[in-house]
Design a protein around this ligand. Sequence first.
Ligand code: OXD
Ligand code: MN
Length: 580
Amino acid sequence: MQFSKKLKDWVQECADLCKPDKVYWCNGSQQEYDMLMSEMLNDGTMMKLNEKTYPNCYLHYSNPNDVARVEHLTFICTKDASDSGPTNNWKSPEEMKDIMKPIFDGAMKGRTMYVIPYIMGPADSPASKVGVEITDSPYVVANMRIMTRMGQQALDKMKSEYDFVAGLHSVADCNPERRYIAHFPEEYLIWSVGSGYGGNALLGKKCFALRIASWLAKEQGWMAEHMLILGLETPDGETTYITAALPSACGKTNLAMMVSALENEGYKVTTVGDDIAWMYIGEDGRLYAINPEAGFFGVAPGTNPKTNPNAIASLKENSIFTNVARTADNEPWWEGMTKETPSPLWDWKGQPYNGEGKAAHPNSRFTAPASQCPVISPQWQAPKGVPISAILFGGRRANTIPLVYESFNWQHGVFVGATMSSETTAAATGAVGVVRRDPFAMLPFCGYNMGDYFGHWVDMGKKLGDKAPKIFHINWFRTDDKGKFLWPGFGDNARVLKWVYERLNGKAGANETAIGYVPTADAIDTKGLDIKKEDLEKVLEVNNEEWKKEIPAQKEFFDKFGDKLPKEMTDELKSFEGRL
Ligand code: OXD
Ligand code: MN
C-alpha cells in the first residue's frame, strides 16, 4: 500500500489524540468483513439473522438515545459565520475543535481505530472523490463497506497528497451531551463524535457527499444534491433520466425503484441511486449525474412486497438491519412489512413486544448493496454518469400543493426548489409532522450559506442554457378533508412520470396556473386506476387563496438571507405574488 504523507500524518495525529489500542487499515475484503462481523457477534454488537431466509444478514440495536440525525448538534464551521449562513449551526473552527478535542482525547482507549479509505462514486469515474474515515466503530466499517467502494481501490485513486476528504469519528461514550457532527469545509475535514447513527457516523454519506461536496461543488462548478436518480424506460425503447429531491423519509427509495403501474404500456423504472446525486456539465453541455453511493441506507417501516418489492429483494442477503424488530424465526420485521404483527416478537430494544408502541423504531434502517436491486440500471456505475432531462422537487404536504406541476423555466424552477416545504419525519430527532421550509430537501445538508446555494443554482442554469433539465414539483401526500390520501402513490406514481416524460416531449396537456403548468385531468393516464373523478380533480387543484397563505412563510424564510439572497429569487417571489 502506498500512503501519501498527508494521510499518514493525519492518521498519526488522530491516533495521538484518541489513543486507541491499535490501528487497523481496512482493505474492504470479504474476509475482513467476516472477521469484523464475528467480533461483533461475540461482543453482542450484532446478531445473526436467519441464514436460510436472510443469508449473511445481521441485526444491530443502537443505543436508544442514538437513532436519528441530530440537526441541532450539526455544525458548519467556516472561518466567517456568513459562509455557513442562517440555516446552519455555526461555530468557528477553533472554538469547535476546542469543544471536541477533549471528547476525542483518549476516546478510543481499549478499542481499535479503523482507517477506512473509500471512494464516493464509481472507481473509474472522473466525477468520483476519495475520502478517508477514521472510526472506532466496527459497525460503521461494515456499513461503509456496503455504502461505498472501500479499501485498496480508494488508495489507488488518491492521486495527490491532498486529494481526500478526511473524517474522524468516534462513538466515544455515546452521550447526547457530548455529541457533535462538525464540518470544516475549508479544510475538507469532518469530525463526528458521540453517535453511531448512519447519518451522523457513516461520514461518506451526508457529511461528505452532501455537506462537504456541496461546498466543493460551488467552488468547482458542479452540484451535490439530496436526490434520487432514476431511468424511465419508455415505449420507444429509450431511457430518460430523472432526478428527484425529497426530504428524508418521504419515499425517495420507493420512487427510485418503483414497479411501474404502466409497465404493460412500456414505462419501466430503473434505479441509478436512491439518495444522493452529484451532477456536472458534460462535454455536450448537458447535465450528467452519478450516484456517489454503492448501497441503500433505507427506511425500513412501510417497506413491503407491495410498496417496494425491489427494496425487499435488495435486502434479502448481505444486508445489515438497524433497530428493526425480530421474529421467533430470527427474521427482521417492521411495521407495515406484513398485515399481521407476528407473535412472539422482540422490539428494537431487544425486549419481548407486548403490542404497545412500535416494535421497530420509525427510523429503523436496512443497509443493502445497490448491486442487489433487481432493477438497478445498467448505467448505474457508468463513469460518465447519466444525462438528466428532468428534476423533480417534492415534499410531504397534506394540502395546497398539487400532485405535480411544471415550472415555467429554470429560474422559476429554482424558486420552486428554494420555497419547498415539507412535514418533518423521524429521520431527524425532534417533532414529527410539522411543516417546515426545506429548500431543495437540502436544509440539513447544505454545507454553506443557502443564499449562495440558491445563487449557484441560478448560475448553473445560465451555464446550461437551453440544455438545462426541466424542473417539476411533485406531492404524493395530499389528503381529503378526512385525512385520507387522494392519490394511491407507489407504482401509480409512474403515471406522473409519464406526464413528465410527455411534457419533455411537448405531448401532454397542461393548464397554466399561478404556480406553473398543472396537468389537465385527462392528461394523467388513469387506465386501470380506481380513482374518483373528484379526487383526481382535488389532487390537481390549485387554490390561489391557499397559496396566498404560503407567501408570508416564504418571505420570512427569504428574509433570513439578507443580501445573500439572489435578486432572481426576490424577482420570482414578486412575480408569483403578482400571478396570485
Ligand atoms: C437519509 C436521510 O438517511 O436523509 O438518507 O436522513
Ligand atoms: Mn437522505
